[in-house]
Design a protein around this ligand. Structure first.
Ligand SMILES: [Zn+2]
Length: 316
């Protein structure tokens, strides 16, 4: 499927002057009042701006799928522009661009992200809310083309640890995904590969393997002592200071770890049991394995269980 090919090959790289022809095509397709080429060129020449683009394979050819334009100022980053080619929308590309940018900003010591979005652009507002942005005010008649108001949004940028769990910790990996932590797990993987992946992707190794923790090349790790996965979760919760943040709960595919995305109800017709289709309104899909998620009841049960295990109250 084209969808999978695109996501697998997706790379995020700095925007170059040579990319501007393709960028301008997307800019004109996306916005009623597109930025001019001269404005993009000016940004390319100025060290103040940081622009990145997402590139992926469409058939055999690499093409630009979207881009993001950033203006870091002091401890803040202003997200000036996020655009995804209309053909490649709803595939998580904007989310990947924003996640990448926030991670990048974190490495520069930036702790807050700000943006403006048109009052009429509900889809973008929803996406930003899902990414943890909160509305902080309204700028009247901000857009010069139609004097539309802008909703101002902001988000704190915090570092959330990423993990790689060894073969003995499959259930713990699943719980960490439920909490929304990016957790890679392989039922079988040689120690050397595990260590290499952990280093390449800056993941903390979670392990019960006493042999593995003796290896000198092992980077950051957390040794799990308990056998029961409930106790393992408690151990990790206390030892690594995990957070139960409702914003991230049940935000990942439990099978493959990808971030799941809200999909239109109509798009899951025939793919879920009829009873489920009739009784549920909110559906999510995994961009990697296409598994569909739903279910307020399921969510309530899981949150109750987490609450019990970790002694956290008022999860909703
Ligand atoms: Zn999946």
């Amino acid at each position: 499927m084209l969808f999978c090919i695109v996501m697998e090959s997706l790379e995020i790289v700095p925007m170059r002057a040579a990319d501007l022809d393709e960028v301008m095509k997307i800019e004109r397709l996306c916005f009623p009042s597109p930025w001019s080429r001269a404005f993009f060129s000016q940004q390319q020449r100025s060290p103040a701006f940081e622009n990145f683009l997402a590139r992926g394979k469409d058939g055999g050819r690499k093409r630009i799928l979207g881009y993001i334009c950033l203006l870091p100022v002091g401890g803040e980053v202003h997200i000036l522009n996020v655009a995804v080619h209309p053909q490649f929308r709803r595939k998580g590309i904007a989310t990947r661009l924003i996640d990448f940018s926030l991670d990048y900003c974190l490495t520069k010591g930036i702790r807050e992200a700000l943006l403006e979005v048109r009052r009429s652009n509900h889809q973008a507002q929803e996406m930003y809310k899902k990414l943890g942005f909160k509305e902080i005010g309204i700028e009247r008649a901000y857009y010069s083309d139609n004097r539309e108001d802008a909703i101002k949004m902001c988000r704190e940028i915090e570092r959330r640890p990423k993990f790689i769990a060894d073969a003995m910790l499959g259930k713990l990996a699943r719980w960490l995904r439920i909490l929304g932590y990016d957790t890679t797990y392989f039922a079988k993987k040689a120690d050397g590969d595990l260590i290499r992946i952990a280093k390449e992707q800056e993941r903390i190794v979670l392990t019960r393997d006493t042999r593995l923790i003796k290896r000198e090349d092992l980077g950051e790790f957390f040794f799990i002592q308990n056998n029961s996965h409930w106790k393992q979760l408690q151990e990790a919760y206390q030892g690594i200071e995990l957070k139960v943040d409702p914003r991230f709960l049940l935000s990942r595919c439990l099978i493959c770890n990808a971030e799941i995305e809200r999909v239109a109800k109509e798009s899951v017709r025939g793919k879920v049991p009829e009873y489920v289709f009739k009784t549920q309104e909110r559906f999510f899909s995994c961009p990697d394995c296409q598994r569909i998620y739903w279910g307020a009841t399921h969510r309530t049960n899981i949150l109750q269980e987490i609450g019990q295990i970790l002694g956290v109250k008022d999860l909703s």
